[in-house]
Design a binder for this molecule. Structure first.
Ligand code: RP5
Length: 177
């Protein structure tokens, strides 16, 4: 259990299938980088509804403050989490081969009034993790500092790329990329 931190998790990462793992792992990577305790589960709202209801009903009591739910196709997992869990739910729509992820996106983003799911881009694992961190940072000044440092690093990476481009010219830049 090296990469899954179950000690007092604040964020629940849940996915409908292990086929969603490559995307959901990116959300976990962000939480680890920002030192945010989380738990990660594979729970299908469709294939094991009883287990799903148990998960969603116990999430608040367990101490979770945000759930990041990823699912593909007729993607009900995030919406059903939001129907039960009283705090923020972030939905990550999975890319699909048949409809390119539009099926997942529409299933997750088009929630009826009263049950919001904060939906990130198709396969938006990184932004799912970051949005969860930003929600937690509204009441955690130390985490806010870590988030600002994260943003600063992004800025420096772009600046370094531009500096390389200015020095080498675009042809060499492309060759060495
Ligand atoms: C959804 O069905 C999962 O979230 C996954 O994205 C999709 C396909 O699942 P698998 O058939 O790959 O298990 O429940």
């Amino acid at each position: 259990m090296d990469d899954v931190r179950n000690d007092m998790p604040l964020v629940g990462i849940v996915m409908g299938s292990d086929s969603d793992m490559p995307v959901m792992a990116k959300a976990a990577d962000v939480l680890e980088a920002l030192d945010i305790p989380y738990e990660m589960r594979i729970i299908s709202a469709h294939r094991e509804p009883d287990n799903f209801f148990e998960y969603a009903r116990s999430a608040e009591e367990k101490g979770l403050k945000v759930i990041i739910a990823g699912a593909g196709m007729a993607a009900h997992l995030p919406g059903m989490c939001a129907a039960i869990f009283p705090m923020p739910v972030i939905g990550i729509p999975m890319h699909t081969t048949s409809l390119g992820g539009r099926d997942s996106l529409y299933s997750i983003v088009q929630m009826p009034s009263g049950i919001p799911v904060a939906t990130v881009a198709i396969n938006g694992g990184v932004n799912g993790g970051l949005l969860a961190a930003k929600i937690l940072a509204t009441s955690d000044p130390e985490l806010l500092k870590r988030l600002k440092a994260y943003s600063m690093k992004l800025k420096e990476q772009v600046e370094a790329k531009d500096a390389r481009l200015q020095e080498a010219g675009y042809k060499t830049y492309i060759e060495k990329k």
